[in-house]
Each structure stands twice: as C-alpha cells, then as structure tokens.
Design a protein around this ligand. Structure first.
Ligand SMILES: Cc1cc2nc3c(=O)[nH]c(=O)nc-3n(C[C@H](O)[C@H](O)[C@H](O)COP(=O)(O)O)c2cc1C
Length: 511
C-alpha cells in the first residue's frame, strides 16, 4: 500500500487500521497485528459523563451569543445534531426571553437546550426576572456568564426543585454551565452555594427548607467552561495556561468537598479548527464550546451582510473594545475591526469618558465631531432618548445621572455601544461603519482553514456541519499522529486537511 493510500485510509476515521508486525497494513485484526489505529467518532471527544448528564450525542456546546444571535434556529439545529445550544438571552428584554424559551420548549419537545443568564450589575432586575422565567419554563440548563461574584439568583436557580431520592442521592434538576476566566471565581462556582445566600433565598420564599437543606451537598456549578481569549467578554487568557489550572481546581474542589461525582471543565475560546480541538482534547477537557464560528452560520441571528463580513476576516482582524454593559467598570470585549469603525469609535468614547467629568467638559470641536461622526444627532437629543428608555426600565439610573454628570456621560456613550450591536443584527446599511460585531480569532482561523472549500462562503455554513468538521478533522489528526508514532509518515508535510461537505461526514457522525 502506498503512503498515499495509507493516508486515504487514515483520513477516514470511521474505520480502524491494522498494522502487521512486518510493517504492512492489514485489512482486519488477527494474531499478526502489531498495532491498531482505532476508528474514532464524535463520541471520542469529551467526557461520556457530560454527554450522559446533558442527554447529548456530542460533548459540544454552541455558546450563548448576545441579543439572540445564538438564535432559536441555531439552538434547534444544535439540538437536532445531538449537541447543546445556548440561546443568546443576554441583552434581550425579559418578555422576549420568555417567548423564546417557551417556543424552544415546544419545538424541541424534550431535547436538551440551555439559555444564558448573564450577570447584570447595572440591571439586577433583569437577572431576577430572567431567573424566574427559567424556573417557570423549566429551562434545565443555563450558561452563567460575566459573573464577578455569586448572586442570589444563581443560588435560587440551582437549588430550586432539588430533592433527595430514597437511596439518598441528591438530585438537582437545574444545571449551571459557568463560564469563567479566573481561578478564584472557578473555586466559588465549584463550592456549594454560599450559606448566606441560601439563607437569604429561603427568607425570600425562593427556596423551600427541604431544598435549602441540600445546599452543602452539591457544587453551585458542576461544569465550568474555561473561557480563554474569545469573542465577546474576555480576559484574553491563553487557553493553554487556563485549562490545566481549572482542571486542577476541579480535582481539588471534588476532593475537598467529597462530591459523589467529578466536576468537569470545558474549553471555550479559540476553538475554530481541528488543531484547536486536538489541543483541547489532549489537555483532557470534558466539553468544547464555540461561539465566534457559529456567528457566521446561516442559523445566526446576525444580518446576512454582517455574516459575509465575518467570513472574510483573518485572525488579526479583531480588536479589544469597551463593553457596553460594564462600560464604567472598564470591562472589555473582543470585536471585529475589519469592515467596521466600531472598535475605533468605541475606544474614543471610552477615552473621553476617562478624561472628562461631564459631556460639557469635552471641548466644543470634539463634541461636534461626536455629534456629526458617531452619534449623528445632538448629544442633548441622545440624552433625551436615553432618559426616556431608563425612565421606563430603571428610573434610578436617571436619578443618578441627574446628580452625577459623569454617569450621564456614560449612559449617553452606552447608547452608542448598545445601538451599534443592534445595527449589526438588523444589518442597518446606513450604520454599516458602526456595526459592533463581537468576535474572536477563532473566526479568522476557521476562515483560513475553510478558504477554497465549500465553507468559504457564509451562506454555506451550518452550525452542525462546522461542529462535525472540527471533530472529524481532529480525529484525522489524531490518527495521523498515531501513524507517525508507528513510523508511518511521509517524508514531507502531511496532505492538506480541509473541511468537507456534510454528506461526506455521515459515516463519521453516525459512528
Ligand atoms: C457575538 C458573540 C456574542 C456573545 N455573547 C455571549 C453572551 O451573551 N453570553 C455568554 O455567556 N457568552 C457570550 N459569548 C461567548 C460565547 O458564548 C463563547 O463562549 C465564545 O465565543 C467562545 O470563544 P470563541 O469566540 O473563540 O469561539 C459571545 C460570543 C460572541 C462571538
């Protein structure tokens, strides 16, 4: 068999390969077989316990994307493919979140899905209301993100409905996938819900005494997603240093607390090619979370023109910009800088906010520039709209802004940051230069890999086809590595590995 033929066989992970003692390749097992390169399927990626607990075929999660970008259609496509989709509830009014999760319950008829609970320090009423919606509609998985501390809503969600079986096992029907980039926060999520917050929830009638009593026996979150350099909110942590640290935290917490089941760690951030999946699998992560690459797919809630832009981006086409929701805290998000001026303009606003105490302190020429270039309206008009918005939603913000000119400036600037994301979702052509598209380098990496293939164009991208291609490509790489270890390797570089049409992956996916 030629090396070319061997590679053709290696690149079909649905069939095992048998190497005989004489160095030749055999068709089947037997006494003369010296080494086997096993068949691999998507089930060989991630933890079987994770798949079982969440009722999945693949340990693959399409992470939440704000404003319904991870749309109902995306969540449905992932569920149909046996993966877990998280609805992008953040940034949406609670009434819309309720509509969407109620519809998902109907459409998915028992298939698993999750929804996002984002920490909203500037709008705690949102966190409370959305938690109530999740409990009311029995949303059994939430992705908890951007938390800097544990809040009573997380505790309420996790313990609601908890009970003990006659054999003594504690059952918590509500699961939290907690997204973290820092070790200290990981430790808090892996600990049982804090006693003080459990007591407070009990006093508010959010939990029954029987539910509260079980609090010390289980972690607040059994699954923790290590979010490395990613699209959206990010601390820009390198994945390679974050994974082992969080895995060690999981082991320590499980040993300290004596939980009956292990804690799990998933990887998010930078997963956009088989090479990244290969590295995460080698590090032993329990599940894989993608975000950026899904945003350019057909099922995404982002406007088609914005998806096309994403499909053209390279790895270096991302920039860090101020986060709209945590603007005054200085939180950062990663955004696309290719084809939009948003990153530059938002940064300008952050600098002005840092340098000045009030809108009126900004030099007149600069203010005029803001009004003509960025806001395209007088700042007084923007304040009028912002004031109206907050009077309905959170009047305390208006009271504070009328006392504190710097806060007023922040609210006005946040108008732009918030609208910019809506303009991208809606595909507003007159605001193309202002589109805010959260995105990480994984998107560029995928684009580079997909160049010349069917998936070069956004219109051909479907979330599950990408997911299967990532696992398939990684399976091919694993088998090539095994062959190399056995001394079967080409003298030059291995043949190019490209994503394949979905039909060619059927054998692998069904395996
Ligand atoms: C457009 C966009 C919006 C996002 N919005 C949220 C969000 O609302 N909540 C959340 O937990 N994560 C959010 N994320 C993060 C993703 O769920 C996921 O963790 C991350 O994108 C994974 O890293 P990657 O971008 O490198 O694939 C967002 C990511 C993107 C690209």
């Amino acid at each position: 068999m030629t090396l070319e033929e061997i590679y053709a066989r290696l690149d079909d992970p649905s069939r095992p390969l048998y190497f005989r003692a004489d160095g030749r390749l055999g068709e089947a097992g037997g006494a003369e077989v010296a080494a086997v390169i096993p068949a691999l399927s998507p089930a060989d990626f991630g933890s079987p316990a994770f798949r079982e607990e969440y009722g999945l075929k693949l340990a693959y999660v399409g992470g939440a994307m704000v404003g319904g970008i991870s749309s109902r259609a995306m969540v449905r496509a992932l569920a149909e493919g046996g993966a877990l989709g998280i609805f992008g509830a953040s940034g949406l009014p609670p009434s819309r979140v309720e509509e969407e999760v109620a519809a998902l319950n109907l459409e998915l008829a028992g298939r698993p899905f999750g929804s996002c609970l984002i920490h909203a320090p500037h709008d705690p009423a949102w966190e409370e209301r959305v938690t109530e919606i999740y409990l009311k509609h029995r949303v059994r998985v939430i992705e908890a993100s951007a938390f800097m501390q544990i809040t009573p809503h997380l505790v309420r969600y996790r313990l609601s409905g908890a009970f003990r079986r006659p054999d003594g096992t504690v059952v918590l029907p509500n699961r939290i996938l907690a997204k973290v980039s820092r070790l200290e926060l990981a430790k808090r999520f892996f600990a049982p819900p804090p006693e003080k917050l459990v007591r407070a929830a009990l006093e508010r009638g959010w939990l029954t005494p029987a539910e509260a009593e079980l609090a010390p026996l289980a972690p607040l979150a059994g699954d923790l997603t290590a979010e490395a350099d990613s699209g959206g909110h990010t601390d820009f942590r390198p994945a390679l240093t974050l994974w082992p640290a969080l895995a060690a935290a999981a082991r320590e917490a499980a040993a300290r607390q004596g939980y009956p089941v292990p804690l799990r760690v998933g990887a998010a951030g930078g997963l956009g090619t088989p090479w990244a999946i290969l590295a995460a699998r080698a590090a032993g992560v329990d599940y894989f979370v993608t975000g950026s690459i899904n945003q350019s797919c057909l099922e995404s809630g982002l406007a088609p023109a914005a998806r096309e832009l994403l499909a053209k981006a390279g790895q270096a086409d991302m920039a860090s910009g101020p986060a709209a929701d945590m603007f005054e805290m200085g939180a950062r998000v990663q955004v696309l800088k290719f084809g939009t001026l948003y990153a530059m303009r938002a940064q300008k606003l952050a600098e002005l906010h840092r340098q000045h105490q009030a809108l009126e302190d900004i030099p007149a020429a600069e203010r005029e520039n803001l009004e003509t270039q960025i806001f395209k309206a007088p700042l007084a008009e923007i304040w009028k709209q912002t004031r109206l918005f907050f009077m309905e939603r959170e009047p305390a913000q208006v009271e504070r802004a009328e006392r504190d000119a710097k806060h007023k400036m922040a609210l006005v600037f946040r108008w732009y940051l918030g609208q910019a994301s809506r303009w991208a979702i809606a595909g507003a052509e007159d605001r193309r230069a202002d589109w805010q598209i959260l995105c990480g380098p994984a998107q560029g990496a995928f684009n580079e890999w997909a160049r010349g293939s069917l998936y070069e164009k956004a219109e051909n991208r479907r979330v599950m086809d990408l997911a299967l291609n990532l696992f398939h490509g990684a399976a091919v790489l694993i088998r090539r590595q095994m062959a190399r270890t056995l001394g079967v390797a080409p003298p030059g570089p291995a043949p190019e590995l490209k994503p394949r049409p979905a039909a060619e992956l059927a054998g692998f996916a069904g395996g």
